[in-house]
Design a binder for this molecule. Structure first.
Ligand code: 28F
Length: 635
């Protein structure tokens, strides 16, 4: 959204009304692309959710139609239909044709402010080829039709209604304005699921008529259930999530906390069901309360040997939490308007969370001890890692030849023009050293199973020679020490067999890079080498194929020339001699490299946590599910 001063926006709105919306849609819904399209639907859904927040709606139905239209139905009170005296029009028509008319509810309700400040359903109306509204009140059905924001019928009523009370809005996005017109079920599903979790007991049904798929979301346990779901594949330190819901000065603070045995922090925060992905004052207050309360408790119980203070990171290791705020006048800030700015909220959340947490720790000493001990262990590991890092730094400072012995470095010293192959296995490593161009290609052979970095403490991992070799070769440092400018190579290429062991080492390495040198992935510096699967010979002709379909094409081509074809399937890199490895997999002019995307690394880490975590059941399910691929997974 371009930064227009508030005055201009209101000035423009008053002048142009809904015409302004059609002239400058992006100012109201952010874009006319997919995000803007989904924002139209969320505006309508959010009005139904407002009715649920106000306590009058228990069920919302959303339908995605084949003709590109969508419909939302709630069983709330129904938008008022009475004639507004000053305007002389029914309230429902005013709400649908006047900007921001759906404004604050009088009395106790919360107004959902969509990511772009709840522009109101009139904006949806303006950007809809047509919109039909039905209100069920007083045993009647009121309906009115609009086209591009303008009423094309008066509000009509008829006796009888499908519900005792409620509102239904159907609309078709205007394809002459919106550049995206296909609703994405996955995106909508995620949003509706979040809303259901954040409004315990609210039932939301999504029907996609294009696929016939119907999904129902209803979570009686609300955010407690969301935390349990997020933790389902991990060992938990406190069986039941710590859950609190408090209302102070018209603001509702609700949170659920459950620790698991991993080192990851997974905290989701919402304001009026809007995901505040950029955090904000509520998250600052939450974190402050957590750190202060756990330190106080540890000190009082004498659990802290010496004056070891638990840092924010220590107390958030293994933390899964959902923090949901409901307040009337949220101020959203930040790049994507998903950061809460209200300053008064920090203190409010901090006091609510601290008070509730103290009470929980005192009444659940078993859980408290486990949680504190985990934070203490994290603090000790942090200290140890710091010493280990200082050691490595001092060693680097004192002794320049700290590069690992097994690294066959390249001549090139300018990282921009150098690349590092991390090769699985000694023999493939040997071929790679012989086959490479030593001017700009470095080779680091590693053993099949480097230590599983998910479980290893930072300090232990730092000492495992395979991992230390990689860290030293990369040159960037790791975790909070990471410095991209210190990288020794511009590309890091993982070269492993295409079999289960190879995919295991790839998963381990991607997990390591994702956890400890994530910017390398974000900057597209990590690649997977693509060795050929087949060598096809016919006479003195030799061709390589990198996939089954390619092999078929090459074989058909050679057989069409009446030549006898011989096919060799490569089972591993070590079956190729150095020249073949060079010309098929390492030569920049011939090779194909697959760049690792962050989503792949995230998936690898998730797989890794499932396979490496304590929970046996998820591992069994994973292996059953992938049994055909996972022949000899000796975890
Ligand atoms: C499918 C989308 O939009 N549901 C809505 C209501 C209920 C009230 C309301 C809405 C009063 C005049 C501001 C009813 N009775 N679903 C929806 N349900 N808006 S939108 O009132 C609007 C305010 O304009 C409602 C008593 N109070 C409020």
């Amino acid at each position: 959204m371009t930064e227009t001063s508030t005055y201009d926006v209101q000035h423009i709105q008053v002048l142009e009304g809904l015409e302004g919306v059609r002239r400058r849609p992006a100012m109201y819904i952010g874009s006319t692309g997919p995000d803007g399209l989904h924002h139209l639907l969320y505006e309508v859904v959010d009005n139904a959710v407002d009715e649920a927040l106000a306590g009058f709606c228990t069920r919302i139905e959303a339908v995605l139609r084949k003709d590109g239209s969508a419909s939302v139905l709630d069983n709330g009170r129904g938008i008022p239909v009475g004639i507004l005296p000053k305007i002389g029009k029914p309230a429902v028509e005013v709400v649908l044709t006047t900007l921001h008319a759906g404004g604050k509810f009088d009395g106790g309700g919360y107004k959902i402010s969509g990511g772009l400040h709840g522009v109101g359903v009139s904006v949806v109306n303006a950007l809809a080829e047509w919109l039909d509204v039905e209100v069920y009140r007083d045993g009647k059905t009121y309906r009115q039709r609009f086209e591009r924001g303008k009423p094309v019928t008066a509000l009509r009523s008829a006796p009888g209604s499908p519900l005792p009370s409620g509102t239904k809005v159907e609309f078709k996005p205007d394809t002459t304005v919106m550049t995206a017109i296909d609703f994405n079920t996955e995106v909508i599903t995620k949003r509706l699921e979040d809303i259901a979790y954040l409004n315990a007991g609210l039932e939301i049904v999504l029907t996609d008529e294009r696929t016939g798929k119907i999904q129902t979301f209803r979570f009686a346990g609300g955010i407690k259930e969301l935390v349990r779901t997020l933790n389902k594949n991990r060992a938990r330190l406190n069986d039941e999530p710590i859950y609190v819901r408090r209302e102070r000065d018209g603001t509702e603070v609700e949170f659920a906390i459950q620790y698991n045995d991993s080192y990851l922090e997974h905290v989701l925060t919402f304001v009026n069901t809007i995901p505040t992905t950029e955090g904000g004052t509520h998250l600052v207050g939450f974190r402050a309360a957590l750190t202060r309360t756990l330190n106080d408790y540890a000190k009082r119980l004498g659990l802290r040997n010496g004056d070891l203070t638990l840092s924010g990171e220590d107390v958030r290791e293994g933390l899964t939490a959902v923090l949901s705020l409901k307040l009337r006048e949220p101020q959203f800030e930040g790049q994507t308007k998903t950061k809460l700015g209200n300053t008064e909220v920090k203190g409010l959340v901090e006091s609510v969370v601290a008070e509730a947490l103290q009470e929980y720790l005192q009444t659940h000493p078993g859980d408290a001890k486990r949680i504190i001990n985990k934070a203490l262990t994290a603090a000790r590991a942090r200290e140890a890692a710091k010493q280990a890092r200082d050691l490595v730094r001092r060693k680097n400072a004192l002794d320049i030849s700290t590069l690992p012995g097994k690294l066959a470095d390249c001549v090139e010293r300018d990282a921009e023009h150098a690349e590092l192959f991390i090769v699985e296995g000694e023999s493939a490593g040997g071929s790679a050293k012989q086959g490479r161009d030593r001017q700009f290609q470095a080779i680091l052979p590693i053993q099949g199973k480097i230590l599983n970095v998910e479980k290893a403490r930072l300090d232990k991992m730092l000492n495992h020679e395979e991992v230390r070799a990689i860290i030293t070769a990369l040159g960037t440092g790791i975790a909070s020490d990471f410095d991209l400018s210190k990288r020794r190579y511009d590309k890091v290429i993982i070269m492993a067999d295409a079999d289960v062991d190879g995919s295991h080492i790839r998963t381990l390495l991607l997990t390591f890079f994702y956890r400890y040198t994530r910017p390398l992935i974000e900057r597209g510096k990590i690649y997977i080498a693509q060795p050929p699967l087949y060598l096809i010979k016919a006479g003195k002709e030799r061709k390589y194929a990198y996939a089954d379909e390619e092999r078929q094409i090459v074989v058909r081509e050679l057989e069409a020339r009446g030549q006898k074809v011989e096919i060799q399937r490569y089972k591993g890199l070590s079956e190729m001699n150095p020249e073949q490895l060079w010309e098929t997999t390492m030569d920049p002019k011939m090779r194909t490299l697959k760049r690792v995307e962050i989503t792949e690394a995230e998936e690898a880490e998730r797989i890794f946590s499932t396979l490496m975590g304590e929970e046996v059941e998820p591992r069994r399910q994973f292996i059953v599910q992938y049994a055909r691929e996972v022949r000899n997974l000796d975890i």
